[in-house]
Design a protein around this ligand. Structure first.
Ligand SMILES: NC(=O)c1ccc[n+]([C@@H]2O[C@H](COP(=O)([O-])OP(=O)(O)OC[C@H]3O[C@@H](n4cnc5c(N)ncnc54)[C@H](O)[C@@H]3O)[C@@H](O)[C@H]2O)c1
Length: 327
C-alpha cells in the first residue's frame, strides 16, 4: 500500500497524475491544492483532498502525518511565461517551497518527486541530442528555479538520504486540463483550434524545434521512476526524457493530414519565442533508458490521432463528423 500526497493536484499534470495514482495504489492518494484551485468532479469524489500551500511547511507536515504519506509528488510551480512576469513568487514557490517539502520529507521519511524541465538548459547548452550531463545555465527565472531545485534535491539525497527523484519534462500535451502558461502551450492550443474549426494563431516562429511529450507517457515516466530499483540509479535529479521533437509547421501539417481545411497563421510572441530559442531542439534520454527502462509509447502521429479523437468527443464532435466537414 502507498500513501501519496500530490501538491498542485489540480494543475495540468496533477489532475491526471492523481487519478492515475488512485487507479494504481490502494492507499490514500491525497489531492493537495491551494484555496481557489479546488479539485472538482472525479478528482474530488474519488479520494481525499487537503489544502496544502507549499509555502507553509507546517501545513505540509500536518497533512503528511494525517494521511501517513510515504511519497510526495511536488507539482507546485509557476510555469515559464508566468514566472517571467512574477520572478520573486516563482522562486518562493519553486525553491523555498521545495525546501519546505524536502524538510518535511527528511523528518517524516518520504520519497519526493519534483519535476524539472527542459527549461534548465540555456543558450550555451548543446542544442541537438542535448546530453544528460551538460551545461545548465538558463537565463529565465523558471530555469533558475529548476536548476536550483535539481541541485537542492540531490543535496538532500546525498546529505540526508532523502529518496529524491526527478525527470526533465519537455512540453506536455493533453486534452484534459489546459496548460498553465508555458512556452510549449501552443502545441496544446493548436489541437483545440483544429477541433473548433478555427484558424490557429501560432505564437512560436516556424522552424523552432522543441521537445514535446503526450501526457500518458509523462505520467508513466513519473510513476515508473518512483518505482525504479534505487540500486540501478546513477542519476536522480534530474533525468532527460524524450519522445518527440517538432516545430510548429510540422505539427500543423500532421493535423492537416487528418483535417485538410485546418489553417494556421503566425503571430509570434517575443517573450515565448526568446524562451523557446534558448531551449534544446531535442534531448538525449539514453540514461533514463539504461537506468530505469524508460520507453515512451506515443509519437507525433499516434498523439495527433488520439488528441483529435478525444478532444472531438469532449466537444461533442466525433472524428467522423469532423472529417466529414473537410473538403
Ligand atoms: N506542463 C508542462 O508542459 C511541464 C513541462 C515541464 C515541467 N513541468 C513541471 O511540472 C510541474 C507541474 O506543472 P503543471 O503543468 O501541472 O503546472 P500547472 O500550472 O498546471 O499547475 C501548477 C499547480 O501548482 C499549484 N500551486 C500554485 N501555487 C501553489 C502553492 N503556493 N502551493 C501549492 N500549490 C500551488 C497550482 O494551483 C496548480 O495546481 C511543475 O513543476 C512544472 O514546472 C511542466
Amino acid at each position: 500500500m502507498k500513501n501519496v500526497l500530490v501538491i498542485g493536484s489540480t494543475g495540468q499534470i496533477g489532475s491526471e497524475l492523481t487519478m492515475e495514482l488512485r487507479k494504481r495504489y490502494s492507499g490514500n492518494i491525497v489531492a493537495g491544492h491551494i484555496p481557489g484551485a479546488e479539485p472538482k468532479g472525479e478528482l474530488l469524489e474519488t479520494g481525499p483532498s487537503a489544502v496544502v500551500d507549499i509555502t507553509n511547511r507546517e501545513q505540509i507536515g500536518e497533512v503528511v502525518s494525517r494521511y501517513q504519506v510515504d511519497t510526495i509528488y511536488n507539482l507546485a510551480a509557476l510555469l515559464s511565461a508566468v514566472a517571467e512576469a512574477k520572478p520573486q513568487l516563482a522562486w518562493k514557490i519553486g525553491v523555498d517551497g521545495l525546501m519546505n517539502v524536502l524538510e518535511v520529507a527528511r523528518e517524516k521519511k518520504c520519497a519526493v518527486f519534483t519535476p524539472s524541465s527542459i527549461g534548465v538548459f540555456g543558450e550555451n547548452t548543446p542544442k541537438d541530442k542535448t546530453p544528460q550531463d551538460t551545461i545548465c545555465h538558463p537565463r529565465t527565472m523558471y530555469g533558475v528555479t529548476k536548476v536550483s531545485g535539481e541541485l537542492l534535491s540531490d543535496y538532500y539525497h546525498l546529505r540526508y538520504g532523502v529518496d529524491t527523484r526527478s525527470v526533465r519534462f519537455p512540453g506536455l500535451i493533453s486534452y484534459v486540463t489546459p496548460p498553465g502558461g508555458g512556452t510549449t502551450d501552443y502545441a496544446v492550443d493548436i489541437y483545440y483550434a483544429a477541433v473548433q474549426e478555427k484558424v490557429f494563431e501560432c505564437p512560436i516562429a516556424a522552424g523552432t524545434f522543441m521537445d514535446m511529450m503526450y501526457m500518458p507517457d509523462a505520467l508513466h515516466a513519473a510513476i515508473q521512476l518512483m518505482e525504479a530499483d534505487p540500486a540501478r540509479l546513477k542519476h536522480r535529479n534530474s533525468f532527460n526524457i524524450a519522445s518527440m521533437s517538432f516545430a510548429p509547421e510540422i505539427i500543423y501539417h500532421k493535423i492537416k493530414e487528418k483535417l485538410p481545411d485546418f489553417r494556421m497563421v503566425y503571430n509570434v510572441d517575443p517573450l515565448r519565442q526568446a524562451i523557446a530559442e534558448s531551449w534544446p531542439n531535442s534531448l538525449d534520454d539514453s540514461c533514463a533508458h539504461e537506468e530505469w527502462d524508460w520507453n515512451p509509447v506515443y509519437d507525433l502521429d499516434a498523439m495527433t490521432r488520439d488528441m483529435l479523437d478525444k478532444l472531438g468527443k469532449r466537444m461533442g464532435k466525433s472524428t467522423a463528423s469532423l472529417f466529414a466537414h473537410q473538403h
